[in-house]
Design a protein around this ligand. Structure first.
Ligand code: FAD
Length: 376
């Protein structure tokens, strides 16, 4: 049975969404202790219709914009459980790439799969033994190599993977996307890769796809489409939204802790909580504006520039929230299974996203190269 969730922007005020996030928060200690794929939570997302919410005709139909609403939704899911937010972000990212690069037939096929409850993901990161897609005579490809950090691991039945396309034709070169029906293939999953400081429940294992054969209609877009802007760097606002959800959860947990200990009258504690609230709200304002720009700007470079600022600002807010939460709860609050200890581990890990230095440098470069006013 599917429970419709109405998400408006502004703001996300759905009682059902709030109840769902509250359940995730309640379950978080046992999910964390289990360390595996967050079964209950993902099933709830599926039942609530959130795996299809960005598809045509749904509440956050991505063909009609709604980016700010999607970011608010991601933040809320992240607030409930950061690992669930990570896996869910990959699902929405894959559906967006399919919307942008898929043929009408591919969109129909994969949207039908998403409506049927298949979980998607985007697995781009790899190590020295990364993926190669060798073109076959029939137009399909034979896959060789592995991906690392495959969030959701084999519970993701429709992963979007990337790899170097190799073939005889001159156009067979570059970074190529493919969507795999993983439930129809046997792959070598390596859970030993994933012994992280936090985010254990994202089960971001290493997976070896060698030997899998895909049809030409499983390839998404053309070589190098994955790296096209503003979609590649602009997408950083989605992980920033999930991270901000983690900071919001830290604020909630810190407040709870101080109330339980009767430490709410202390001016230093009040000040820190006030600062945390300002940081979380600042992040929300960035996200809302990023959503507007992403839907309405016709300038890809400006969208990328803004996304670079958003991810940098929100990572900084999250780091400040982590520090203030630690100071507020002290050592006792950092003992597992206290929520602050768990959130500290998860958020610190999830803040590690690709090329943060390059993102900030690009912000400065954009301004130094540009001729318009610095802010608009
Ligand atoms: C919980 C979790 C889940 C994930 N899930 C997925 C997933 O589902 N799919 C997926 O594709 N990926 C996934 N990833 C991987 C993620 O997208 C990043 O690739 C990864 O987190 C990069 O982290 P890093 O700190 O190693 O980054 P790096 O980019 O290596 O950054 C580390 C530091 O090195 C600096 N640096 C970067 N490049 C250079 C350079 N050339 N020279 C000098 N310094 C440099 C950076 O600025 C930074 O200071 C996941 C990661 C995490 C933590």
């Amino acid at each position: 049975m599917s429970v419709p969730i109405s998400i408006q922007f502004p703001p996300v005020e759905s009682d059902r969404l709030r109840a769902l996030v509250d359940r995730f928060t309640t379950w978080a200690p046992s999910t964390y202790a289990d360390g595996g794929f967050p079964e209950r939570e993902m099933e709830e997302l599926r039942r609530a219709g959130l795996l299809r919410i960005t598809l045509p005709g749904e509440a956050l139909d991505q063909e009609r914009g709604h980016t700010a609403g999607v970011l608010r939704l991601l933040k809320e899911i992240g607030r409930g459980n950061l690992s669930v937010g990570r896996i869910y972000e990959g699902h929405l990212n894959a559906l967006q790439l399919i919307k942008i690069y898929g043929t009408p037939e591919q969109r129909k096929r994969w949207y039908t799969d998403a409506r049927a409850g298949h979980l998607f993901g985007v697995w781009n990161t790899q190590m020295a033994d990364g993926v190669e897609l060798h073109r076959k005579h029939d137009g399909g490809v034979r896959v060789a190599g592995s991906k690392s950090f495959c969030s959701g691991a084999d519970r993701v039945t429709r992963p979007l993977i990337t790899g170097v396309l190799r073939g005889d034709a001159p156009e067979d070169a570059g970074w190529q996307m493919a969507v795999l029906p993983l439930d129809e293939h046997r792959v070598k999953v390596d859970p030993t890769f994933w012994n992280p400081a936090g985010m254990r429940n994202s089960v971001s294992y290493k997976i070896d796809f060698s030997g899998i054969e895909l049809g030409a209609d499983d390839l998404l877009g053309g070589p190098e489409d994955y790296n096209r802007q503003p979609y590649l760097s602009g997408g950083a606002v989605r992980f920033a939204a999930v991270q901000l959800g983690g900071a919001a959860a830290l604020l909630d947990a810190t407040r709870e802790y101080l109330r339980d200990l009767g430490r709410t009258e202390d001016p230093y504690q009040r000040t820190r909580v006030g600062q945390m609230a300002i940081l979380v709200e600042s992040g929300q304002l960035w996200l809302d504006r990023a959503g507007q720009l992403s839907d309405h700007s016709e300038d890809p470079a400006a969208v990328v520039h803004y996304a670079n600022m958003v991810r940098t600002a929100i990572a900084g807010y999250c780091e400040q929230c982590l520090e203030m939460a630690q100071r507020s709860v002290g050592a006792r609050g950092l003992l597992h299974p206290h929520p602050v200890a768990r959130l500290h581990a998860d958020l610190s890990m999830y803040l590690r996203q690709p090329a943060p230095d390059a993102a900030l440098e690009a912000v400065g470069q954009y301004l130094l190269n540009g001729h318009g006013p610095a802010a608009h």
